[in-house]
Ligand binder design. Structure first.
Ligand SMILES: C[S@@+](CC[C@H](N)C(=O)[O-])C[C@H]1O[C@@H](n2cnc3c(N)ncnc32)[C@H](O)[C@@H]1O
Length: 371
């Protein structure tokens, strides 16, 4: 197989380095970083690009660092621990820019990424696997279990719990147990063994960056003078309660009954008439199932799961709608969902947030206003 030398000029959506040879062929190279000069070997020739692997790191970028984690590249968790944090942030900004350009979205303002003050020991939720005496994570794209003593991105309380699990008498069963660990708002670590679905619904995994997200959403809602708000995918009201003080009314919808119950529990007397939560699925017919009074909202807040809104967004657009805030953990599905907004709305700002340091993932807030 022919070996080619290339320079990595950007990062791909799966966290791989991307570079071009002199004929303009594109190479996707796992483990390579922007600025690396690498000798690569093509593993698979695809229609528009080549999947390749590093044969030699000819000249590494000066932004490479010693990974703080000894399991890096054995365990499938982090993508970029061998890369200086500032360089990761720059790469995420470039990724967002690239995705927006590909989707022909030109925000009036693309703001710099909000970096995480805490980029290690931040995760408040993690799933470990246990098989006999081995406790850890699966290797990337395999079911091979990597034994770990400490996870450098998990919160300290979660690491303590991992130690406890390791010290248990685990027996010799051949069954892999899935253990979900969640550091709750009560400061306690909750443990759930072999539950089919996440036990407590969705929660943002970086508590510090969640506060950044909440305060930006609240600020945008004030600036846009949002009054009547329909919030789809509201979860337990994490964002709703951030902006509620400045609006007249908020209707929150989420498919998870337990998340809606937990949103309702947080209502104080003062909230009672302001925030109304419904457990229902967002689909093409949702508005018909909701009370008539909801239909004159002036602001729409959206925070869908990774797969996005699956063509439902046009059903929620109407003439009184002035502002749309779309919070996305998948910029690719975001660009697909919002194509229907281009005609009547302007994409005013896109603000990336580093919710998931040392991984390729990036969160963003996009604000659309009526033309
Ligand atoms: C990214 S989370 C956002 C939750 C919340 N905004 C927060 O900040 O914690 C996505 C939410 O969408 C909900 N969900 C997933 N599919 C849904 C659907 N088809 N209809 C309504 N809610 C859905 C999940 O239960 C989850 O709470």
């Amino acid at each position: 197989m022919i070996e080619t030398q290339i320079e990595i000029t950007r990062m791909g959506l799966e966290g791989q380095g991307v570079g071009y040879d002199l004929e303009g062929n594109i190479y996707f190279v796992p483990g390579a970083l922007v600025g690396d000069k690498v000798k690569v070997k093509t593993k698979e020739e695809r229609k528009k690009y080549r999947d390749a692997e590093i044969v030699e790191l000819v000249e590494p970028t000066g932004k490479r660092i010693e990974p703080v984690c000894k399991y890096f590249q054995k365990c499938g968790g982090c993508d970029w621990l061998q890369w200086d944090y500032q360089a990761q942030l720059a790469a995420k900004e470039e990724i967002v820019k690239h995705i927006l350009e590909r989707g022909e979205l030109r925000p009036v303002e693309l703001l710099p990424i909000q970096k995480a003050e805490q980029n290690l020991f931040y995760r408040n939720r993690i799933q470990v696997r246990q098989l006999g005496k081995t406790v850890g994570f699966f290797k990337k794209k395999t079911h091979e279990l990597v034994d770990i003593e400490e996870c450098k991105v998990a919160a300290p309380g979660i690491n303590e719990e991992i130690q406890k699990i390791r010290s248990e008498n685990l027996g010799t069963s051949n069954e892999v147990t899935k253990i979900e660990l969640y550091l709750g708002r009560d400061g306690k670590v909750h443990r759930f063994d072999n539950v089919a679905h996440s036990f407590s619904g969705f929660a943002q995994i970086h508590s510090g960056q969640n506060e950044v997200l909440r305060s930006r959403v609240a600020q945008i809602m004030r600036e846009k003078k949002a009054k009547k708000v329909l919030e789809l995918y509201c979860g337990d009201g994490n964002l709703t309660y951030a902006y509620l003080a400045s609006v007249e009314k908020a209707w929150g919808i989420d498919a998870s009954q337990s998340a809606i119950e937990s949103a309702r529990i947080q209502r104080t007397e003062e909230h009672e008439s302001k925030a109304v939560f419904f457990a229902d699925k967002v689909d093409h017919n949702l508005l018909r199932r909701l009370p008539q009074e909801i239909r004159d909202y002036d602001t729409l807040v959206l925070d869908p799961p990774r797969q996005g809104m699956l063509d439902c967004l046009p059903r929620f657009l109407h003439n009184q709608l002035k502002t749309i805030l779309y919070i996305s953990c998948s910029p690719v599905t975001f660009t697909q969902d919002v194509q229907c907004l281009k005609k009547d709305f302007i994409l005013q700002t896109v603000e990336p947030i580093d919710m998931f340091p040392h991984t390729r993932h990036v969160e963003l807030i996009a604000t659309w206003v009526r033309r």
